[in-house]
Design a protein around this ligand. Structure first.
Ligand SMILES: NC(=O)c1ccc[n+]([C@@H]2O[C@H](COP(=O)([O-])OP(=O)(O)OC[C@H]3O[C@@H](n4cnc5c(N)ncnc54)[C@H](OP(=O)(O)O)[C@@H]3O)[C@@H](O)[C@H]2O)c1
Length: 180
């Protein structure tokens, strides 16, 4: 039971290209062994409101997660708690990052919580709430977009590499966050 920041990332550190484009990530058409393993470990997802809006408009909402293979709940952290989704698997939460992680963890049961997006990953890191970082490194330089690790607070965070794997084009990286 823990939290996993789980993303496909370009070599220059972006998890979405300009205009939140994700075509580059879908283009490889491969699901690596670490991706399969991580999907199975994740019992609930915590994402931010931008993810919700984009996923709803462009990628079939929860149905688009992990190529349609995800069937758990998604908790969306937002300042607009009165928002409603037609999808019962989506729940809006507004009581801060700690409460949001706790709520998602309860829903995940004995599995892990997947953290989606740069904003929530940073907030979890800074609050000491992130346990693992799983990256599928894509062989592309996007040149702009949403940077995963740009919002640090100047404090160093050490990581321990747990595994390194090779897909056809993607490189799998799994790290444990070393807690202070
Ligand atoms: N490559 C990948 O594998 C992958 C995976 C997932 C996501 N993504 C990409 O990541 C991007 C989304 O991430 P993002 O970091 O830009 O945005 P985000 O985390 O999805 O959304 C940020 C928004 O969430 C709400 N929020 C965040 N923290 C909050 C808090 N503590 N309390 C209340 N509300 C809070 C705020 O919206 P309000 O103030 O409007 O409520 C904030 O503007 C998208 O481009 C998506 O495609 C990529």
């Amino acid at each position: 039971m823990g939290t996993i920041c789980h993303h496909t990332m370009s070599l220059d550190g972006f998890i979405a290209g300009p205009d939140d484009s994700m075509d580059w990530a879908f283009a490889y058409g491969e699901t690596t062994s670490l991706a399969n393993e991580t999907m199975k470990r994740i019992g609930a997802i915590l994402a931010g409101r931008r993810w919700y809006q984009l996923a709803t408009e462009r990628w079939n909402g929860v149905g688009g997660i992990y190529g349609g293979a995800y069937d758990g709940r998604v908790f969306v952290l937002t300042h607009r708690p009165s928002d409603k989704s037609e999808d019962p698997r989506i729940n809006f939460v507004s009581d801060g990052i700690e409460e949001a992680v706790a709520t998602a963890q309860t829903a995940a049961g004995d599995r892990d919580v997947g953290i989606f997006g740069a904003s929530l990953s940073q907030q979890c890191l800074q609050a000491g709430l992130l346990d693992e970082i799983v990256i599928h490194l894509a062989p592309v330089l996007l040149g702009g977009g949403v940077e995963l690790f740009s919002g640090g607070d100047g404090k160093r965070i050490d990581l321990e590499r747990i595994s390194l794997g090779k897909g056809e084009q993607l490189t799998d990286l799994r790290f444990r966050v070393v807690k202070q």
